[in-house]
Ligand binder design. Sequence first.
Ligand code: 218
Length: 185
Amino acid sequence: MSKNLNALVEAAIFAALAMVLSFIPDFANWFSPSFGAIPLIVFSLRRGPKYGLLAGLLWGLMHFIFGKVYYLAFSQVLIEYILAFVSMGLAGIFAQSFQAAIRSKESKKAICLGSLASLLAVGIRYFWHFLAGVIFWGSYAPKGMSALWYSFSVNGIAGSSTLILVIVSLILLVSAQANRLFLTK
Ligand code: 218
């Protein structure tokens, strides 16, 4: 198989894995972390931003196939299921430096770079959800709570728990020297 095709097939596999993990917690609970963020970020660190963004797009599109889209408005769906999920691939910006650290067995440095990549990707993804929350989900806020504060708390909790989940996973994977997951040759 050509190298390109290999990366494309992997993008589909990791996106599918992310989608499967999206079924774990009840998705109606907007506070829960996104388990699918783990394979998506691992893949982005493995293949870089181009394929990472593609895998994010595929993961987002899979929500339509599985009927997992919460539709309030066209622009809301565009923000939350395309933009937000594509953003996850930005973790791939750190792929080269992360892999260099793995290769030279600088575990601490690799974990720092992986965490930075996760902060970027998860931060931007949940910024989109926060924005959509303020604009579109305000009517779900408890009585007396502003849409801004409601969206900030919901997406702040979901985003930070997702970030912790991904960083803990990366620490475990790097410590276990699961290098074949991150390096392609
Ligand atoms: C305040 C609030 N509630 C719900 C949503 C919708 N939301 C939040 C997080 C993630 C996703 C994508 C599917 O997992 C969605 C649709 C929101 N943005 N804000």
